[in-house]
Design a protein around this ligand. Structure first.
Ligand SMILES: Cc1cc2nc3c(=O)[nH]c(=O)nc-3n(C[C@H](O)[C@H](O)[C@H](O)COP(=O)(O)OP(=O)(O)OC[C@H]3O[C@@H](n4cnc5c(N)ncnc54)[C@H](O)[C@@H]3O)c2cc1C
Length: 452
C-alpha cells in the first residue's frame, strides 16, 4: 500500500482537529501527517486568553490542549516554528521555512489542509506600531500584556467593544487597571446585538467602572519615547499606558489566493460542505474559510472556535476516506461582562433588514427562576422573525446568571427551522430553582408568535 502524505498548514483548532481525526481514522502506513505551525505552540485555547490576563487561569500551559510533543506521540509530525511560504498546486508542494534555522525546503503533499486562521484588523493609525499597543490573539500577546501590567501599566484603553473588547475590559478591571473602552458605534456589541439589547451591556460596563466612550472614533496614538502615552480621538485624547485593539478579524487567505484558489466575497476561502476547496486535493477549515449561513443561505466568515473544531474534524474525516459534512453556521455565540450574560443566534433585526428580509423583533422580560424562589435573575430575550412567513430568524439574550446558555434552545429551534408556535410549546424542564413554570424561552417565543 502506498503511504499518502497529508500536510496541514496551521497548528491550532482547525488544523490539529483535522490532523487528529485523520490520525484516528487512517493508520500511519496509509497516511503520513505533517503539520506546520509558524508559532511555538499547538492546540491552544485563544478563547481563554482574556481569563489568563485576568488571573482566573493560573498559567498559559493550562490553555494548551495538546503540546507538539503530545501530537508527535499521537503520530502527527508537528513542526513548530515552520512557516509555509507558498503552495504550488500544480506540483502539489508547499515551500516551508524553518524559522529557527532560516532554511527553506519544498515538500510534496497528496492532500493539503489550509487552516491558517485569521488576523486581527489593525488600522493604519499614526502610532499604531508604538510599544504598548497590542492585540490579544496568542499566548505571546497575553504574556506581553502581563509584562506591561507587571511593569506598572495602570491606564488601559480598549479599542472596540465587541466580544473580545468586553472580555479584555472585564479582565483588566479585575487586575485593578483603570479601563476606558472606545467604540465607534453608539452601542457596545454592535456587530452582535441590536441596540435595544445592547443598552444593558453599556449600563453594566459603566456600573463596573469602565469609562465607556461610545460614538468615539480613534484617530491615532500619542507616542512618547517609542511608547504609547495617549489615544487620540476627534473629541480629544485619553492617557494610556496600555492599548488593546479588538476590532474584529480578517481571514488569512493570502497563501490560498496566491496559489490561485477561490476567495469569496465574504473574504474567506471557498469550500464545500466537506471542507473541500475547488482545487483538487486541497481542503480548508476554520477562521480562514467561508461557511453557509443557515438562515440566509449566504456565504459568511464567522471566526469562532466552535466552527473551527467542527470543520477540522469534518475535513480530517473526509481526507481519511470517511464521509462527513459541516452543516453551516447560525453565528451562535455567548460571552459575559462580569455577571451579565450575553448571547445571540441567527440574525439580529438589523442584520435581517440588511439581508432584505421583512423582519420584526419582540422583547420579553423574564426571570431565571420561579418568582418565589430566591436568587432569580432578570433577563431580556429578543426574538427576531419574518413578518410574512412567521419563521424565526434569530434571537438575543442579555441577563443575569442562567440567561445566556438558554440561547442554545433557540439555536436548536432555529437550526431545525421550527415555527414560533412549536418553540412556544416545547417540553422544556421546569422546577422553581431553575425556571418559572413558563421558561423565558417559551414566553419569548409565545409573545413573538402572538405578533404574527
Ligand atoms: C481572545 C480571543 C477569545 C476568543 N473567544 C472565543 C470564544 O469564546 N468562543 C469561540 O467560539 N471562539 C473564540 N475565539 C475564536 C477562536 O479562538 C478561533 O475561532 C479559533 O482559534 C480558530 O481556529 P483556527 O485553527 O481556524 O485558527 P487559529 O486559531 O488562528 O490558528 C491558525 C494557526 O495557523 C498558523 N499559521 C497561519 N499561517 C501560517 C503559515 N503560513 N504557516 C504556518 N502556520 C501558519 C497560526 O500561527 C495559527 O497558530 C476567540 C479568539 C480570541 C483571539
Amino acid at each position: 500500500m502506498m503511504t499518502r502524505r497529508l500536510i496541514v498548514i496551521g497548528g491550532d483548532a482547525a488544523g490539529m482537529s483535522a490532523a487528529a481525526q485523520a490520525r484516528r481514522m487512517a493508520p500511519a502506513d496509509a497516511l503520513e501527517i505533517v503539520a506546520f505551525e509558524r508559532g511555538s505552540r499547538t492546540s491552544y485555547a485563544a478563547c481563554g486568553l482574556p481569563y489568563l490576563i485576568g488571573g482566573l487561569v493560573e498559567s498559559p500551559d493550562r490553555l494548551v490542549a495538546r503540546t507538539p510533543e503530545q501530537h508527535r506521540a499521537n503520530g502527527i509530525d508537528v513542526r513548530i516554528c515552520h512557516e509555509v511560504l507558498a503552495i504550488d498546486v500544480k506540483a502539489a508542494t508547499v515551500t516551508v521555512r524553518d524559522l529557527d534555522k532560516g532554511q527553506e525546503t519544498d515538500m510534496h503533499y497528496d492532500e493539503l489542509l489550509i487552516a491558517t486562521g485569521a488576523s486581527g484588523i489593525v488600522p493604519p493609525w499614526p502610532g499604531i506600531d508604538a510599544e504598548g499597543v497590542l492585540q490579544l490573539r496568542t499566548l505571546d500577546d497575553a504574556a506581553e500584556v502581563e509584562r506591561r501590567i507587571g511593569a506598572g501599566a495602570r491606564r488601559a484603553v480598549v479599542v472596540g467593544a465587541g466580544y473580545i473588547g468586553l472580555e479584555v475590559a472585564e479582565n483588566l478591571l479585575a487586575r485593578g487597571l483603570e479601563v476606558t473602552v472606545m467604540e465607534r458605534l453608539d452601542a457596545p456589541m454592535g456587530a452582535v446585538l441590536d441596540a435595544d439589547m445592547a443598552a444593558a451591556v453599556a449600563d453594566a460596563m459603566r456600573e463596573a467602572g469602565v469609562d465607556l466612550q461610545l460614538g468615539t472614533a480613534v484617530t491615532g496614538f500619542t507616542v512618547t519615547d517609542g511608547h504609547v502615552s495617549a489615544v487620540q480621538t476627534a473629541a480629544g485624547s485619553v492617557a494610556a499606558d496600555l492599548v488593546l485593539i479588538g476590532l474584529g478579524v480578517r481571514a488569512n487567505v493570502e497563501l490560498a489566493r496566491a496559489a490561485g484558489m477561490e476567495v469569496g466575497e465574504a473574504g474567506g476561502i471557498v469550500v464545500d460542505e466537506q471542507q473541500r476547496t475547488h482545487t483538487p486535493h486541497v481542503w480548508a477549515a476554520g477562521d480562514c474559510v467561508e461557511s453557509r449561513h443557515r438562515v440566509t443561505g449566504r456565504a459568511v466568515v464567522v471566526a469562532l472556535g466552535t466552527h473551527a473544531n467542527k470543520q477540522g474534524r469534518v475535513a480530517g474525516t473526509n481526507i481519511a476516506g470517511g464521509e462527513a459534512s459541516f452543516g453551516g453556521v447560525l453565528g451562535t455565540a455567548i460571552t459575559k461582562f462580569q455577571d451579565l450574560e450575553i448571547a445571540r443566534t441567527g440574525l439580529t433585526e438589523r442584520e435581517a433588514e440588511a439581508a432584505g428580509l421583512d423582519a420584526f423583533g419582540v422583547i420579553t422580560e423574564a426571570s431565571s427562576r420561579a418568582h418565589y424562589y430566591p436568587g432569580g435573575q432578570s433577563m431580556r430575550i429578543k426574538i427576531v422573525a419574518e413578518r410574512q412567513t412567521g419563521r424565526m430568524l434569530g434571537a438575543q439574550i442579555v441577563g443575569g446568571q442562567g440567561a445566556g446558555k438558554r440561547i442554545d434552545v433557540l439555536a436548536t429551534a432555529l437550526w431545525n427551522k421550527m415555527s414560533l408556535d412549536e418553540v412556544g410549546g416545547m417540553d422544556l424542564s421546569y422546577a422553581p430553582p431553575f425556571s418559572p413554570v413558563w421558561d423565558p424561552v417559551l414566553l419569548a417565543a409565545g409573545k413573538a408568535a402572538a405578533k404574527l
